[in-house]
Design a protein around this ligand. Structure first.
Ligand code: F6P
Length: 376
């Protein structure tokens, strides 16, 4: 019997579990096709391929294990990396962050021989399509698998960074922005009470979109993003002067969001929030400055941005991506591709699709809107 396999790769993102639930339920209810869940992303496949590809008996044992350890039984058997999912195995997981199947970054997958071994494994298990859920690197792996085999490989964008320029939104972004707004709300309490400047470092890799969206949604006073280029001493002084100016006009506190992709000229080893704290503090304390006792506190928000309860927006997007993944898999002449949200329509776009100019425009618009909404 043919099946469809699904794996989660790279950094976990909220919405992965909601996607798993949707892809499994649609498979069982609507398409009547078994869904295999792969544990620990590509790494799970690589390890399994290594164990069974040249060992006929091991392959028979694996097939037997998959057939007998269905759903929950498969999930609790830690050694098994390939699990036949059932209704109950995805029950109650929709809003949970992370991924119940686990995820991993798998450097070995850069090696074509390793990818070939995975293709061989999937073929011996009669898998007709593979669904890969993850960010940039994971989708590159998916593209290579699609190019190097006749498997259908469907990519699904999931990353809190929102750095994939072919889709308006990736899974996880909405939840991460929500979490950042929650975090900013907490920092505002102290910032207001102590009349402080809080510098908060957000994730996002080389992209400033997460910081921008969080800034717009939380009302944080300042957003510093990598797209503006590296910050030198002069640029940091200008930012500090902007904060000081706002204080002069009666403002009592400031929340500054700095994206982790921001670089400095000359380069700095410390976290951005700390570098900015020192630069701002030094500026505020210069001789004759009006707010010499203005304190700055840094915080690196880190992985709290990746976890937590998934928002309804991400759950809905997950269901729509799963629906589209299935529709593509079931099209007799449909090939491989990635699910993308464009102008609120879910489409399948080919791998290697060029950047949408609308995405850069959207980023600029958000930044402008943030400035226009500012009371500074
Ligand atoms: O891609 C998601 C992300 O959270 C980035 O924002 C961050 O730079 C990176 O992953 C952190 O990776 P890790 O969890 O491996 O430390």
């Amino acid at each position: 019997e043919q099946s469809v396999a699904v794996l989660f790769s790279g950094g976990d993102a909220p919405g992965m579990n909601a996607f798993l639930r949707a892809v499994v339920r649609l498979g069982l209810n609507r398409e009547k096709i078994a869904v295999l869940g792969i544990r620990d992303g590509y790494r799970g496949l690589v390890r399994t391929a290594r164990a069974v590809n040249d060992d006929a008996e091991a392959l028979v044992r694996l097939k037997n294990d998959i057939a007998t350890h269905t759903g929950r039984a498969g999930l609790i058997s830690e050694q098994l990396h390939i699990i036949q999912m059932d209704h109950a195995s995805v029950s109650g997981i929709m809003g949970k962050g992370g991924t119940i199947l686990g995820s991993a970054r798998c450097l070995e997958f850069h090696d074509k021989k390793v990818r070939d071994s995975v293709i061989k494994l999937l073929k011996s298990l009669n898998v007709r399509a593979l669904v890969v859920v993850g960010g940039d690197g994971s989708l590159t792996g998916a593209r290579l698998l699609a190019q190097e085999s006749d498997l259908r490989v469907i990519g699904v964008p999931a990353t809190i960074d929102n750095d994939l320029q072919f889709t308006d939104m990736a899974l996880g972004v909405d939840t991460a922005v929500n979490t950042l707004v929650w975090a900013v709300d907490h920092f505002i309490d102290t910032a207001r009470s102590h009349r402080r400047v809080m510098v908060l470092e957000t994730m996002g890799r080389a992209s400033g979109d997460l910081a921008r969206m969080a800034g717009l949604a939380s009302g944080a006073e300042m957003i510093i993003t990598p797209e503006a280029g590296p910050l030198n001493e002069e640029a940091m002084k200008k930012l500090a002067a902007k904060i000081e100016g706002a204080m002069t006009r009666g403002r009592g506190h400031a929340i500054v969001l700095v994206a982790e992709g921001v670089e400095f000229d000359p380069p700095q080893k410390r976290n951005r929030a700390y570098v900015l704290m020192d630069a701002f503090q030094q500026y505020f304390q210069r001789a004759g400055a009006p707010f010499q006792d203005l304190e700055v506190r840094p915080s690196v928000l880190g992985h709290l941005q990746r976890g937590g309860h998934t928002t309804p927006g991400d759950c809905i997007l997950a269901a729509r991506f799963a629906d589209h993944a299935w529709k593509t898999i079931q099209q007799p002449d449909g090939g491989s591709g990635i699910t993308a949200l464009r102008k609120n329509v879910v489409e399948i776009v080919p791998y290697g699709e060029p950047d949408m100019p609308e995405r850069a425009a959207f980023s600029r618009e958000m930044e402008q809107l943030h400035d226009d909404l500012s009371s500074w």
